[in-house]
Design a protein around this ligand. Structure first.
Ligand code: FES
Length: 172
């Protein structure tokens, strides 16, 4: 391995490398682990920096541009820093028809941010996403890894108060 390659790989922790190698071991080639590898590193760091992207590409023996293309295509991989929790609000047709736009407006007012922004306390990043697969209970959103559906503009704000209380409990 060259010194440059050494430096790239050291941008990943030993644990991350171990987890990625474990994925690779079930797959026909190293490149097939691209999305899993991105998810593993995002799971540890919250998002994928240019440095991490380069190191993962190096580990998978593919070009950074190729891996960046995959990361950009896959909307759940974040290429910029995000808040502690990412709030993903569905903006696809069923949610739209069930007053999703008014729900989004209430969420934006509650958090004081627009789509693509992070609250000043670093708690939440708000993003629109395509269908979450919960159309029969539209409108739907995710707060971190919790799904919420049948949202109502007048009560959606309370979900964030509840989520904050739970994080407070976790921390105690
Ligand atoms: S359209 Fe929103 S969950 Fe499917």
């Amino acid at each position: 391995m060259s010194m440059a390659q050494d430096k790239m790989v050291s941008a990943l922790s030993e644990q991350e490398i171990e987890e990625i190698e474990a994925e690779i071991s079930h797959l026909p080639n190293r490149q097939a682990a691209a999305i899993d590898a991105l998810k593993i590193v995002q799971g540890h760091r919250g998002w994928i920096s240019d440095e991490s992207l380069g190191a993962i590409a190096n580990l998978l023996q593919m070009s950074t541009a190729e891996l960046d293309g995959i990361a950009t295509f896959y909307s759940l991989i974040f290429r910029q820093p995000v808040g502690e929790k990412v709030v993903m609000v569905c903006d696809s047709v069923s949610c739209f028809l069930m007053d999703g736009e008014t729900v989004s407006k209430s969420i934006k007012e509650k958090l004081g941010i627009d789509f693509g922004e992070t609250t000043s306390d670093g708690k939440y990043t708000l993003l629109p996403v395509t269908c979450l697969g919960d159309c029969d209970h539209a409108p739907a959103m995710m707060i971190g890894d919790e799904e919420h559906h049948d949202l109502k503009p007048e009560t959606v704000g309370k979900l964030f108060d509840d989520a904050s209380k739970r994080s407070g409990d976790d921390a105690s």
